[in-house]
Design a protein around this ligand. Structure first.
Ligand code: SF4
Ligand code: SF4
Length: 371
């Protein structure tokens, strides 16, 4: 299977203000071209495009092609589950929405501390396992937006999972907030295949700062900035699929150009990316090094460097509506304090070797990441 999946979360729209108004004729042309070049993997979810993405998949794909010519993934909306009966009801609805009798991959959507508790309480893991045994699902797993410790716990408690879907891109790889590398390493330690989401960070790595764009162009004049990001993810051992939320035909054609006959990054190309990361990070808003000297004495236990990292990432992103940084922020805030809980005691500023005005920056964090 070629390692590029068409993510059905950011499809082209006829009305940019309304995610349900998808440009169906353009998506049909995209699907046809994608399949014609030997790609087969499609990723949707119950909630994408204001709950219409699965129906769109039926219209543009499953009603037009034989079942053995594509690989289809969808996800159980863990965050919407209230009682056990919801699992069967939603699963049956999804089969009907997509117009199929089975899913190739079926994932529990967006596990984090809260959603894992819901999944445990309602036996969602046993449910998807039983669907696999019944042949209605080929492979099972979950998509994940939280830290490496919880991921380790989930995979220890549910060792029969086939795949894990993680946010991985070269900028989040060593970020304190997203911790892509650590999550990837946990998944691999448990022997899991990894599906990568957000390889281009919601489009941010397709629009890199000018000096980074020049760096990429010097190294490979014919390649787009996005190509570096997608190939970074696809070059990792154990990554079986890289999803790209393609929003128009141009992006699809670009993705196909380097993923049809995929070549992993060379050592020299890895060095170019390392340089790009250092330049992008150097231009970030809060120059926090993540040393953690400030956190121990905080009376309200604010995870200061983690919030700063998420803020920096948010500032680097070309935010369009949904913000994954906000999702991570809310996850952290459930187990710690929010940035707005700062009592302005000044302990952290006295500890900070970078002499950062932590209190002022936390106010900016609250402004940007709190609802
Ligand atoms: S100033 Fe705010 S963030 Fe810093 S230690 Fe005091 S309460 Fe915590
Ligand atoms: S002490 Fe300063 S540099 Fe270190 S983590 Fe805290 S804010 Fe960041």
């Amino acid at each position: 299977m070629k390692k590029l999946g068409l993510g059905c979360m950011r499809l082209p729209l006829t009305d940019p203000e309304n995610p349900a108004r998808v440009d169906i004729p353009q998506v049909i042309r995209m699907v046809d071209l994608f399949l014609a070049h030997g790609f087969t993997y499609f990723d949707t979810a119950y909630m994408y495009h204001s709950f219409t993405s699965e129906n769109i998949v039926k219209e543009v794909l499953t009603s037009r092609y034989p079942r053995d010519q594509y690989v289809l993934t969808t996800k159980m909306p863990t965050m919407r589950l209230k009682e056990k009966g919801d699992l069967d009801r939603i699963f049956d609805e999804q089969l009907a929405n997509c117009g199929v009798s089975y899913f190739d991959y079926y994932l529990l959507h967006n596990l984090n501390t809260t959603h894992y508790e819901i999944a445990q309480r309602l036996d969602a893991f046993a449910f998807i396992r039983q669907k696999k045994q019944a042949g209605q699902v080929r492979k099972i797993g979950f998509s994940y937006h939280d830290g490496p410790e919880l991921l380790d716990r989930i995979l220890t408690e549910h060792p029969y999972m086939d795949v894990v879907q993680l946010q991985i891109n070269y900028l989040d790889w060593d970020s304190v907030g997203i911790q892509s590398r650590k999550c990837y390493e946990v998944a691999r330690r448990h022997g899991k295949d990894v599906i990568v989401m957000e390889p281009v960070k919601g489009g941010a790595l397709a629009n890199v700062p000018e000096d980074v764009a020049r760096l990429f162009a010097q190294a490979a004049p014919e390649m787009s900035a996005a190509s570096w990001a997608i190939r970074f993810a696809a070059s990792l051992d154990g990554v079986c699929m890289v999803l790209s939320g393609m929003s128009n035909m141009e992006q699809l054609v670009d993705n196909i150009s380097y993923m049809e006959h995929f070549q992993p990054l060379s050592e020299a190309e890895r060095e170019v990316i390392a340089q790009a990361v250092s330049w992008i990070n150097a231009s970030t808003a809060i120059p926090c090094t993540g040393c953690n000297y400030c956190t121990d004495g905080c009376p309200v236990k604010i995870p200061i460097p983690t919030y700063f990292s998420l803020y920096n990432t948010e500032m680097q992103s070309m935010r369009r509506g949904f913000s994954v940084q906000q999702v991570y922020y809310e996850n952290y805030a459930k187990n710690h304090s929010k940035a707005s809980a700062c009592m302005e005691c000044g302990q952290c500023e006295a500890q900070c070797p970078q002499h950062l005005p932590v209190i002022q920056w936390l106010k900016k964090v609250a402004e940007v990441l709190e609802e």
